[in-house]
Design a protein around this ligand. Structure first.
Ligand code: HEC
Ligand code: HEC
Ligand code: HEC
Ligand code: HEC
Ligand code: HEC
Length: 318
C-alpha cells in the first residue's frame, strides 16, 4: 500500500517549478501516504484480520467483539470438559471461510463418531438427513443458519441456530429414566424455534407430545425389567444373573437411548426398529432368563427336599 502510494504521488512530485515548493509538496504527500497507509491497515484489522491464530487468540479477540458468544460456548459441553470442541476445531485456524467450514455436517460428524454411531446415524436415516444427502451437491453453505434458507436442517442448523454457541441449550440432561418436565419444556422451546422456520406450530406440538409418550412407554419397559431384576437379585447370585444384568444395561444405555434419538432426530428407524422392538426383545429375554432361573431353583429345591430319602429316591434305612 505504502509503496504504491509513494510511487504514484511522491515520485511524480518533480513537476512543480521551485525547489522549495517541490520539497513542500514532496513532504506533505509523504506524510499523507504514511497516514493513509496506517489508517487502511487499522481499518482492515478492525474488519477481519487474516490469521492464522491459536485458539486462545480467537477467544481473546472475539471476547471483545461479542462476549456473549464466548460465554455461551463456555456454558456448553463443548466449552466445558477441557474445551472438548474449541473455535479451531470447528472454524479452522484462520478467517478463510471460517463460518462456511463450521456449518457443514462433516465438521460435527468427525467428532461425533462417524456415520455408524447412533447419534449420527439417527440423523442420516431421517428424512432431513436423506434429503441433504441427495441434494448435497447444490447445497450452499455460505448462507447463515436461519430463516429457512436451507431446504432441510443439518446438524448445526438445529444445534447452533442463528449462531447460538451453547449447543447444550438444545439437549436435555442425559438420565433418560428420569422425567424432568421443567427441563424438557425449556429444551423444547429452544428446539421449537428452529423447527418453526419450516413446520407449522400445531404439527410440532403433536410431534413433541407423541415423542414424549413414546419415551414414556420405553421407560416403562426398562422399569419393568428393573423390577424383575431387583426381585431376582434377592434369590440369585451375581454370577447366576450376569447375563441378565448385561442385557439390562444394554436396554438402558443403548435401546432406550435409541428411542430418544429416534424422537430427537425424527428417525422412524430408530423409533420403530432399533428402539421399541429392541426393548421388547430385551424384556422378553430378561423375563425368560429369570423364569428359567426360578424353574431350575425350584427343581433343585425339590431335589433338596428329597435328600433325606437319598438321591436315588429310595427311603434311607433307619
Ligand atoms: C485480532 C482479532 C481477531 C482474532 C484473533 C480472530 N478474529 Fe475472528 N473476527 C474478527 C473480526 C473483527 C471479525 C468480523 C466481525 C464479526 O463478524 O464478528 C471476525 C469474524 C469472524 C467470524 C465470522 C466470519 C463470517 O464469515 O461470518 C468467525 C467465524 C471468526 N471470526 C472466527 C475466528 C476464529 C475461529 C479465530 C481463531 C482461529 C478468530 N476468529 C480470530 C477478529 C478476530
Ligand atoms: C461446534 C462448532 C463450533 C465451535 C466450537 C465454535 N463455533 Fe463459531 N460458529 C459455528 C457455526 C456453525 C457458525 C455459523 C452460525 C450461523 O450461520 O448462523 C458459527 C458462527 C460464528 C461466528 C459468526 C457469528 C454470527 O452471528 O455471525 C463467530 C464470530 C464465531 N462463530 C466465533 C467462534 C469462536 C470465537 C469460537 C471459540 C470460542 C467458536 N466460534 C466456536 C460453529 C462453531
Ligand atoms: C472436536 C470435537 C467436536 C466437534 C468438532 C463437535 N463436537 Fe459436539 N461434542 C463433542 C464432545 C467431546 C461432546 C461432549 C460429550 C459428552 O460430554 O459426553 C459434545 C457434545 C455435543 C452435544 C451434546 C450436548 C449436551 O449437553 O449433551 C451436541 C448437541 C453436540 N455436541 C453437537 C455438535 C454439533 C452440531 C457440532 C458441529 C457444528 C459438533 N457437536 C462438533 C465434540 C465435538
Ligand atoms: C432437526 C433438528 C436436528 C438435527 C438436524 C440434528 N439434531 Fe441432534 N438433536 C436434536 C434434538 C431435538 C435433540 C434432543 C433434544 C432433547 O433432549 O429433547 C438432539 C440431540 C442430540 C445429541 C444429544 C444426544 C446424544 O447422542 O448424545 C447430540 C450429541 C446431537 N443431537 C448431535 C447431532 C449431530 C452430530 C447431528 C448431525 C449429524 C445432529 N445432532 C442433527 C435436533 C437435531
Ligand atoms: C430448514 C427447514 C426445516 C427445518 C428447520 C426442520 N424441518 Fe422437518 N422437514 C423439512 C423438510 C423439507 C421435510 C421433508 C418433507 C417431505 O417431503 O415429506 C421435513 C420432514 C420432517 C419430518 C418427516 C415428515 C414425514 O412425513 O415423514 C418430520 C417428523 C420433521 N420434519 C420434523 C422436524 C422437527 C421436529 C424439526 C425441528 C427439530 C424440523 N423438522 C426442522 C424441513 C425442515
Amino acid at each position: 500500500m505504502l509503496i504504491i502510494c509513494l510511487y504514484r504521488f511522491v515520485v511524480n512530485a518533480e513537476a512543480a517549478e521551485t525547489r522549495r515548493r517541490r520539497v513542500f509538496i514532496f513532504t506533505s504527500k509523504l506524510l499523507a501516504c504514511y497516514f493513509f497507509s496506517v489508517i487502511t491497515l487499522f481499518a482492515s484489522e478492525g474488519l477481519v484480520p487474516a490469521g492464522m491464530f491459536a485458539n486462545h487468540q480467537c477467544i481473546q479477540c472475539h471476547e471483545k467483539i461479542n462476549a456473549k458468544l464466548i460465554t455461551n460456548w463456555r456454558k456448553s459441553r463443548h466449552g466445558k470438559n477441557d474445551e472438548a470442541a474449541n473455535c479451531v476445531a470447528c472454524h479452522g485456524d484462520s478467517h478463510n471461510d471460517a463460518a462456511v467450514k463450521a456449518r457443514q455436517d462433516e465438521t460435527c460428524t468427525g467428532c461425533h463418531g462417524g456415520r455408524d454411531e447412533p447419534t449420527v446415524h439417527s440423523y442420516t436415516s431421517s428424512k432431513h438427513g436423506l434429503i441433504l444427502k441427495l441434494e448435497k451437491k447444490e447445497w450452499d453453505w455460505t448462507q447463515p443458519l436461519a430463516q429457512a434458507n436451507y431446504r432441510t436442517p443439518g446438524c448445526a442448523y438445529c444445534h447452533m441456530h442463528t449462531g447460538e454457541h451453547n449447543i447444550s441449550a438444545s439437549v436435555r440432561d442425559m438420565d433418560l429414566l428420569q422425567e424432568n418436565s421443567e427441563e424438557i419444556k425449556t429444551v423444547q422451546d429452544t428446539v421449537r424455534s428452529v423447527c418453526q422456520d419450516c413446520h407449522a406450530p400445531r404439527y410440532l406440538t403433536r410431534l413433541f407430545e407423541n415423542g414424549e409418550k413414546m419415551l414414556a412407554i420405553a421407560r416403562m419397559k426398562v422399569r419393568e425389567a428393573k423390577n424383575l431384576l431387583l426381585q431376582a437379585r434377592k434369590n440369585s447370585t451375581a454370577e447366576e444373573l450376569e447375563a441378565v444384568e448385561k442385557q439390562y444395561k444394554k436396554m438402558q444405555s443403548v435401546h432406550l437411548k435409541n428411542v430418544y434419538l429416534g424422537i430427537s432426530h425424527q428417525s422412524p428407524d430408530y423409533q420403530w426398529w432399533y428402539g421399541q422392538p429392541a426393548l421388547d426383545g430385551d424384556l422378553l429375554r430378561i423375563k425368560g432368563a429369570i423364569s428359567e432361573l426360578i424353574r431350575i431353583k425350584a427343581a433343585n429345591g425339590k431335589e433338596k427336599d428329597c435328600t433325606p430319602t437319598g438321591g436315588d429316591g429310595k427311603a434311607k434305612p433307619d
